[in-house]
Design a protein around this ligand. Structure first.
Ligand code: CA
Length: 378
Protein backbone atom coordinates (compact mmCIF):
# COMPACT_ATOMS: atom_id res chain seq x y z
CA UNK A 1 0.00 0.00 0.00
CA UNK A 2 2.75 2.43 1.02
CA UNK A 3 4.60 1.74 -2.21
CA UNK A 4 1.46 2.43 -4.27
CA UNK A 5 0.86 5.71 -2.53
CA UNK A 6 4.41 6.85 -3.20
CA UNK A 7 4.26 6.11 -6.89
CA UNK A 8 0.86 7.81 -7.15
CA UNK A 9 2.29 10.92 -5.57
CA UNK A 10 5.36 10.81 -7.79
CA UNK A 11 3.26 10.57 -10.95
CA UNK A 12 1.61 13.85 -10.14
CA UNK A 13 4.89 15.83 -10.15
CA UNK A 14 5.65 17.91 -13.29
CA UNK A 15 9.00 16.22 -13.90
CA UNK A 16 7.34 12.80 -13.69
CA UNK A 17 4.65 13.84 -16.17
CA UNK A 18 7.33 15.08 -18.53
CA UNK A 19 9.14 11.76 -18.27
CA UNK A 20 6.00 9.79 -19.21
CA UNK A 21 5.31 12.11 -22.15
CA UNK A 22 8.83 11.71 -23.49
CA UNK A 23 8.82 7.96 -22.93
CA UNK A 24 5.49 7.62 -24.73
CA UNK A 25 6.75 9.57 -27.74
CA UNK A 26 10.04 7.70 -28.06
CA UNK A 27 8.44 4.35 -27.18
CA UNK A 28 6.70 4.14 -30.55
CA UNK A 29 9.97 4.54 -32.41
CA UNK A 30 11.71 2.07 -30.11
CA UNK A 31 9.06 -0.60 -30.63
CA UNK A 32 9.10 -0.07 -34.40
CA UNK A 33 12.90 -0.36 -34.51
CA UNK A 34 12.98 -3.52 -32.40
CA UNK A 35 10.29 -5.22 -34.49
CA UNK A 36 12.37 -4.57 -37.61
CA UNK A 37 15.57 -5.78 -36.02
CA UNK A 38 14.37 -8.94 -34.25
CA UNK A 39 12.31 -11.59 -36.06
CA UNK A 40 9.34 -12.86 -34.07
CA UNK A 41 10.19 -15.88 -31.92
CA UNK A 42 7.74 -18.75 -32.29
CA UNK A 43 5.88 -19.25 -29.03
CA UNK A 44 6.08 -22.63 -27.43
CA UNK A 45 3.35 -25.20 -27.64
CA UNK A 46 1.37 -25.48 -24.39
CA UNK A 47 -0.30 -28.72 -23.38
CA UNK A 48 -2.70 -28.90 -20.47
CA UNK A 49 -5.16 -31.34 -18.97
CA UNK A 50 -8.47 -29.85 -17.80
CA UNK A 51 -10.53 -31.94 -15.38
CA UNK A 52 -14.11 -31.00 -14.53
CA UNK A 53 -16.77 -31.54 -11.92
CA UNK A 54 -19.45 -31.99 -14.61
CA UNK A 55 -20.75 -34.98 -16.56
CA UNK A 56 -19.64 -34.99 -20.23
CA UNK A 57 -21.86 -32.93 -22.52
CA UNK A 58 -24.08 -31.81 -19.64
CA UNK A 59 -25.95 -28.71 -20.92
CA UNK A 60 -24.36 -25.42 -19.91
CA UNK A 61 -21.96 -26.77 -17.29
CA UNK A 62 -20.22 -29.57 -19.22
CA UNK A 63 -20.69 -28.05 -22.65
CA UNK A 64 -19.56 -24.66 -21.31
CA UNK A 65 -16.34 -26.16 -19.93
CA UNK A 66 -15.74 -28.10 -23.17
CA UNK A 67 -16.32 -24.90 -25.15
CA UNK A 68 -13.71 -23.10 -23.02
CA UNK A 69 -11.12 -25.84 -23.69
CA UNK A 70 -11.85 -25.63 -27.44
CA UNK A 71 -11.74 -21.82 -27.35
CA UNK A 72 -8.21 -21.85 -25.92
CA UNK A 73 -7.09 -23.92 -28.87
CA UNK A 74 -8.94 -21.71 -31.36
CA UNK A 75 -7.53 -18.49 -29.89
CA UNK A 76 -3.98 -19.76 -30.28
CA UNK A 77 -4.29 -21.53 -33.66
CA UNK A 78 -3.92 -24.84 -31.88
CA UNK A 79 -0.73 -23.89 -30.05
CA UNK A 80 -2.48 -24.21 -26.67
CA UNK A 81 -3.87 -27.74 -26.52
CA UNK A 82 -6.24 -28.49 -23.68
CA UNK A 83 -7.32 -32.08 -23.24
CA UNK A 84 -10.66 -32.06 -21.48
CA UNK A 85 -11.75 -34.73 -19.00
CA UNK A 86 -15.32 -34.74 -17.69
CA UNK A 87 -16.09 -36.02 -14.18
CA UNK A 88 -14.77 -39.59 -13.64
CA UNK A 89 -12.80 -39.65 -16.89
CA UNK A 90 -9.51 -38.84 -15.15
CA UNK A 91 -10.51 -38.16 -11.53
CA UNK A 92 -13.80 -38.08 -9.62
CA UNK A 93 -15.71 -34.78 -9.72
CA UNK A 94 -14.78 -33.71 -6.20
CA UNK A 95 -11.12 -34.71 -6.62
CA UNK A 96 -10.66 -32.06 -9.32
CA UNK A 97 -9.22 -29.45 -6.98
CA UNK A 98 -6.55 -31.74 -5.47
CA UNK A 99 -5.69 -32.99 -8.95
CA UNK A 100 -4.82 -29.45 -10.05
CA UNK A 101 -3.31 -28.29 -6.74
CA UNK A 102 -0.91 -31.27 -6.88
CA UNK A 103 0.05 -30.45 -10.46
CA UNK A 104 -1.15 -33.77 -11.92
CA UNK A 105 -3.48 -31.71 -14.13
CA UNK A 106 -3.11 -28.06 -15.01
CA UNK A 107 -6.72 -26.81 -14.99
CA UNK A 108 -10.16 -27.63 -13.65
CA UNK A 109 -13.60 -26.34 -14.44
CA UNK A 110 -16.03 -26.46 -11.56
CA UNK A 111 -17.66 -24.46 -8.80
CA UNK A 112 -15.33 -23.36 -6.01
CA UNK A 113 -17.94 -23.82 -3.27
CA UNK A 114 -17.35 -27.54 -3.63
CA UNK A 115 -14.15 -26.88 -1.64
CA UNK A 116 -15.74 -25.28 1.46
CA UNK A 117 -14.40 -28.08 3.65
CA UNK A 118 -10.88 -26.95 2.73
CA UNK A 119 -11.76 -23.36 3.66
CA UNK A 120 -15.23 -21.85 4.22
CA UNK A 121 -14.27 -18.70 2.27
CA UNK A 122 -14.56 -20.78 -0.93
CA UNK A 123 -18.32 -20.46 -0.47
CA UNK A 124 -18.16 -16.76 -1.33
CA UNK A 125 -16.58 -17.51 -4.68
CA UNK A 126 -19.41 -19.44 -6.27
CA UNK A 127 -22.56 -18.26 -4.57
CA UNK A 128 -23.63 -17.92 -0.99
CA UNK A 129 -26.94 -17.56 0.82
CA UNK A 130 -28.51 -14.13 0.29
CA UNK A 131 -25.52 -13.29 -1.88
CA UNK A 132 -24.90 -11.69 -5.25
CA UNK A 133 -26.67 -12.09 -8.57
CA UNK A 134 -24.66 -12.57 -11.80
CA UNK A 135 -24.15 -8.88 -12.51
CA UNK A 136 -23.43 -8.16 -8.84
CA UNK A 137 -20.81 -10.87 -8.37
CA UNK A 138 -19.04 -9.84 -11.57
CA UNK A 139 -18.95 -6.26 -10.25
CA UNK A 140 -17.43 -7.49 -6.98
CA UNK A 141 -14.88 -9.87 -8.53
CA UNK A 142 -13.71 -7.60 -11.35
CA UNK A 143 -14.02 -4.15 -9.78
CA UNK A 144 -14.71 -4.48 -6.06
CA UNK A 145 -11.68 -6.35 -4.67
CA UNK A 146 -13.22 -9.82 -4.96
CA UNK A 147 -10.53 -11.29 -7.24
CA UNK A 148 -7.78 -10.15 -4.84
CA UNK A 149 -9.42 -11.98 -1.91
CA UNK A 150 -10.01 -15.03 -4.10
CA UNK A 151 -6.31 -14.99 -5.09
CA UNK A 152 -5.28 -14.78 -1.44
CA UNK A 153 -7.46 -17.80 -0.64
CA UNK A 154 -6.29 -20.01 -3.52
CA UNK A 155 -2.64 -19.01 -3.13
CA UNK A 156 -2.39 -21.15 0.00
CA UNK A 157 -3.34 -24.18 -2.08
CA UNK A 158 -1.06 -23.40 -5.05
CA UNK A 159 -3.93 -22.64 -7.41
CA UNK A 160 -5.60 -19.58 -8.91
CA UNK A 161 -9.22 -19.28 -10.02
CA UNK A 162 -10.94 -17.16 -12.65
CA UNK A 163 -14.61 -16.61 -13.41
CA UNK A 164 -15.54 -19.00 -16.21
CA UNK A 165 -19.33 -19.14 -16.27
CA UNK A 166 -22.51 -18.46 -14.35
CA UNK A 167 -25.89 -20.15 -14.07
CA UNK A 168 -27.84 -17.08 -12.90
CA UNK A 169 -30.37 -17.20 -10.05
CA UNK A 170 -31.02 -20.82 -9.18
CA UNK A 171 -34.34 -22.40 -8.34
CA UNK A 172 -35.09 -23.31 -4.70
CA UNK A 173 -35.32 -27.00 -5.47
CA UNK A 174 -37.53 -30.06 -5.95
CA UNK A 175 -39.75 -31.30 -3.11
CA UNK A 176 -42.38 -33.98 -2.65
CA UNK A 177 -44.43 -31.84 -0.29
CA UNK A 178 -45.31 -28.18 0.14
CA UNK A 179 -42.92 -26.07 2.19
CA UNK A 180 -45.20 -23.70 4.10
CA UNK A 181 -42.91 -22.98 7.06
CA UNK A 182 -39.42 -23.79 8.32
CA UNK A 183 -40.97 -26.74 10.18
CA UNK A 184 -41.49 -28.47 6.85
CA UNK A 185 -37.72 -28.48 6.35
CA UNK A 186 -37.04 -30.33 9.61
CA UNK A 187 -35.55 -33.77 9.04
CA UNK A 188 -35.50 -33.23 5.29
CA UNK A 189 -32.57 -34.93 3.54
CA UNK A 190 -31.79 -32.53 0.76
CA UNK A 191 -28.94 -32.28 -1.70
CA UNK A 192 -27.58 -28.76 -1.28
CA UNK A 193 -23.84 -28.02 -1.27
CA UNK A 194 -21.86 -25.07 0.10
CA UNK A 195 -22.97 -22.59 2.74
CA UNK A 196 -26.58 -22.90 1.51
CA UNK A 197 -26.58 -26.49 2.70
CA UNK A 198 -25.36 -25.32 6.10
CA UNK A 199 -28.34 -22.93 6.31
CA UNK A 200 -30.65 -25.87 5.72
CA UNK A 201 -28.83 -27.64 8.56
CA UNK A 202 -29.54 -24.69 10.90
CA UNK A 203 -33.25 -25.13 10.17
CA UNK A 204 -33.12 -28.81 11.11
CA UNK A 205 -32.66 -30.30 7.66
CA UNK A 206 -29.90 -32.69 6.61
CA UNK A 207 -27.86 -31.18 3.77
CA UNK A 208 -26.09 -33.63 1.48
CA UNK A 209 -23.47 -32.75 -1.13
CA UNK A 210 -23.60 -34.95 -4.22
CA UNK A 211 -22.06 -34.39 -7.65
CA UNK A 212 -24.59 -33.81 -10.43
CA UNK A 213 -24.22 -37.30 -11.87
CA UNK A 214 -25.47 -38.98 -8.67
CA UNK A 215 -28.50 -36.87 -7.72
CA UNK A 216 -31.23 -38.50 -9.83
CA UNK A 217 -30.59 -42.07 -8.59
CA UNK A 218 -30.60 -40.88 -4.96
CA UNK A 219 -33.84 -38.93 -5.42
CA UNK A 220 -35.61 -41.80 -7.17
CA UNK A 221 -34.49 -44.35 -4.57
CA UNK A 222 -35.59 -42.10 -1.71
CA UNK A 223 -32.05 -41.85 -0.29
CA UNK A 224 -32.68 -38.09 -0.40
CA UNK A 225 -36.08 -36.38 -0.02
CA UNK A 226 -35.38 -33.26 -2.03
CA UNK A 227 -32.72 -31.63 -4.15
CA UNK A 228 -31.68 -28.41 -5.66
CA UNK A 229 -29.55 -28.38 -8.80
CA UNK A 230 -29.61 -25.32 -11.04
CA UNK A 231 -32.67 -24.09 -12.93
CA UNK A 232 -35.26 -25.23 -15.49
CA UNK A 233 -32.92 -25.91 -18.43
CA UNK A 234 -30.50 -28.04 -16.38
CA UNK A 235 -33.08 -29.58 -14.07
CA UNK A 236 -35.22 -30.72 -17.00
CA UNK A 237 -32.19 -32.59 -18.39
CA UNK A 238 -31.83 -34.32 -14.99
CA UNK A 239 -35.47 -35.49 -15.13
CA UNK A 240 -36.09 -34.58 -11.48
CA UNK A 241 -39.76 -34.06 -12.36
CA UNK A 242 -40.06 -37.85 -12.53
CA UNK A 243 -39.33 -38.04 -8.80
CA UNK A 244 -40.63 -34.77 -7.29
CA UNK A 245 -43.49 -32.48 -8.34
CA UNK A 246 -43.11 -29.26 -6.34
CA UNK A 247 -40.58 -26.89 -7.89
CA UNK A 248 -39.80 -23.97 -5.60
CA UNK A 249 -38.34 -20.52 -6.35
CA UNK A 250 -36.34 -18.40 -5.79
CA UNK A 251 -33.36 -20.21 -4.28
CA UNK A 252 -31.80 -18.21 -1.46
CA UNK A 253 -28.72 -20.39 -1.56
CA UNK A 254 -27.37 -19.67 -5.04
CA UNK A 255 -28.53 -16.38 -6.49
CA UNK A 256 -25.88 -16.32 -9.23
CA UNK A 257 -23.53 -19.27 -9.16
CA UNK A 258 -20.20 -18.33 -10.55
CA UNK A 259 -18.36 -21.19 -12.23
CA UNK A 260 -14.59 -21.23 -11.99
CA UNK A 261 -11.61 -22.25 -14.03
CA UNK A 262 -8.87 -23.10 -11.55
CA UNK A 263 -5.26 -23.37 -12.68
CA UNK A 264 -2.15 -24.77 -11.06
CA UNK A 265 -0.40 -21.58 -10.01
CA UNK A 266 3.19 -22.57 -10.71
CA UNK A 267 2.23 -23.94 -14.14
CA UNK A 268 0.24 -20.79 -14.92
CA UNK A 269 3.00 -18.40 -13.87
CA UNK A 270 5.50 -20.36 -15.98
CA UNK A 271 3.51 -19.39 -19.11
CA UNK A 272 4.23 -16.27 -21.13
CA UNK A 273 2.31 -13.14 -20.29
CA UNK A 274 0.38 -13.44 -23.55
CA UNK A 275 -0.63 -17.06 -22.86
CA UNK A 276 -1.78 -16.08 -19.37
CA UNK A 277 -3.84 -13.32 -20.96
CA UNK A 278 -5.34 -15.71 -23.52
CA UNK A 279 -6.46 -18.02 -20.70
CA UNK A 280 -7.91 -15.20 -18.58
CA UNK A 281 -9.67 -13.66 -21.59
CA UNK A 282 -11.14 -17.00 -22.65
CA UNK A 283 -12.47 -17.51 -19.10
CA UNK A 284 -14.17 -14.08 -19.13
CA UNK A 285 -15.71 -14.94 -22.51
CA UNK A 286 -16.90 -18.29 -21.15
CA UNK A 287 -18.56 -16.45 -18.26
CA UNK A 288 -20.58 -14.20 -20.55
CA UNK A 289 -21.52 -16.77 -23.16
CA UNK A 290 -22.59 -19.33 -20.55
CA UNK A 291 -24.82 -16.88 -18.69
CA UNK A 292 -26.38 -15.84 -21.99
CA UNK A 293 -27.17 -19.47 -22.80
CA UNK A 294 -28.91 -20.03 -19.45
CA UNK A 295 -30.97 -16.88 -19.89
CA UNK A 296 -31.90 -17.89 -23.43
CA UNK A 297 -33.01 -21.43 -22.52
CA UNK A 298 -34.48 -21.35 -19.00
CA UNK A 299 -37.84 -19.79 -19.92
CA UNK A 300 -38.77 -22.34 -22.58
CA UNK A 301 -37.61 -25.23 -20.36
CA UNK A 302 -39.76 -23.95 -17.50
CA UNK A 303 -42.82 -23.84 -19.78
CA UNK A 304 -42.21 -27.46 -20.85
CA UNK A 305 -41.81 -28.62 -17.24
CA UNK A 306 -45.08 -27.00 -16.19
CA UNK A 307 -47.19 -27.60 -19.30
CA UNK A 308 -45.96 -31.00 -20.44
CA UNK A 309 -44.71 -32.64 -17.25
CA UNK A 310 -47.21 -31.50 -14.64
CA UNK A 311 -44.67 -29.73 -12.47
CA UNK A 312 -46.18 -27.50 -9.76
CA UNK A 313 -44.40 -24.18 -9.50
CA UNK A 314 -44.35 -22.77 -5.96
CA UNK A 315 -42.86 -19.61 -4.45
CA UNK A 316 -41.24 -19.70 -0.99
CA UNK A 317 -43.36 -17.50 1.28
CA UNK A 318 -41.98 -14.67 3.45
CA UNK A 319 -42.06 -16.82 6.59
CA UNK A 320 -39.81 -19.45 5.03
CA UNK A 321 -37.53 -16.79 3.57
CA UNK A 322 -37.19 -15.04 6.93
CA UNK A 323 -36.23 -18.37 8.50
CA UNK A 324 -33.61 -18.85 5.75
CA UNK A 325 -32.24 -15.37 6.55
CA UNK A 326 -31.95 -16.20 10.25
CA UNK A 327 -30.21 -19.51 9.47
CA UNK A 328 -27.86 -17.75 7.05
CA UNK A 329 -26.83 -15.28 9.74
CA UNK A 330 -25.97 -18.15 12.11
CA UNK A 331 -23.85 -19.77 9.40
CA UNK A 332 -22.05 -16.50 8.65
CA UNK A 333 -21.36 -15.92 12.36
CA UNK A 334 -19.53 -19.26 12.40
CA UNK A 335 -17.72 -18.71 9.11
CA UNK A 336 -16.21 -15.46 10.37
CA UNK A 337 -14.75 -17.27 13.40
CA UNK A 338 -12.78 -19.63 11.17
CA UNK A 339 -9.85 -17.37 10.32
CA UNK A 340 -8.73 -13.86 9.60
CA UNK A 341 -9.20 -14.44 5.86
CA UNK A 342 -12.74 -15.76 6.35
CA UNK A 343 -13.61 -12.71 8.47
CA UNK A 344 -12.15 -10.28 5.92
CA UNK A 345 -13.85 -12.05 3.02
CA UNK A 346 -17.18 -11.89 4.82
CA UNK A 347 -16.76 -8.18 5.68
CA UNK A 348 -15.88 -7.38 2.05
CA UNK A 349 -18.87 -9.41 0.83
CA UNK A 350 -21.30 -7.60 3.16
CA UNK A 351 -19.96 -4.17 2.19
CA UNK A 352 -20.15 -4.93 -1.55
CA UNK A 353 -23.63 -6.48 -1.22
CA UNK A 354 -24.88 -3.25 0.35
CA UNK A 355 -23.22 -0.92 -2.17
CA UNK A 356 -23.86 -2.92 -5.33
CA UNK A 357 -27.22 -4.20 -4.09
CA UNK A 358 -28.57 -0.70 -3.47
CA UNK A 359 -27.98 0.07 -7.15
CA UNK A 360 -29.56 -3.19 -8.35
CA UNK A 361 -32.53 -2.29 -6.19
CA UNK A 362 -33.03 0.95 -8.14
CA UNK A 363 -32.12 -0.39 -11.56
CA UNK A 364 -32.72 -4.02 -12.61
CA UNK A 365 -35.29 -4.98 -9.96
CA UNK A 366 -37.88 -2.17 -10.32
CA UNK A 367 -37.42 -1.92 -14.10
CA UNK A 368 -38.10 -5.62 -14.73
CA UNK A 369 -40.99 -5.53 -12.31
CA UNK A 370 -42.58 -2.48 -13.98
CA UNK A 371 -41.94 -3.69 -17.53
CA UNK A 372 -43.51 -7.05 -16.89
CA UNK A 373 -46.45 -5.56 -14.98
CA UNK A 374 -47.24 -2.98 -17.68
CA UNK A 375 -46.96 -5.52 -20.52
CA UNK A 376 -48.57 -8.40 -18.65
CA UNK A 377 -45.48 -10.65 -18.86
CA UNK A 378 -45.56 -13.26 -16.12
CA1 CA B 1 -27.14 -25.52 -7.23
Amino acid sequence: MIKEKKSLKASKSPSRRKFFKTAAATGVAAVAASSLAAPAVAQERVEAAMVATWPRDFPGLGTGAQRLAQRLSDMSDGRIQVTYYAANERVKAFDSFDEVASGNSQMYHGADYYWVKKHPAFGYFTACPFGFTYSEINAWIHHGGGQELWDELTDDFGTQSFIAGNTGVQMGGWFNKKIRSANDLKGLKMRMPGLGGQVLGKLGGSPISLPGGQIYENLVSGAIDATEWVGPWNDEAMKFHEAAKYYYYPGMHEPGSMLACGVNKSWFTSLTKSDQTIIKTACAWADEITMAEYNAKNGAALARLVNENGVKLEKFNDKVYDAFAKGAQEVYDEVQQHSDLAARTHAAFVKARKEIGSWTNLSDSPYISQRNRALGIS
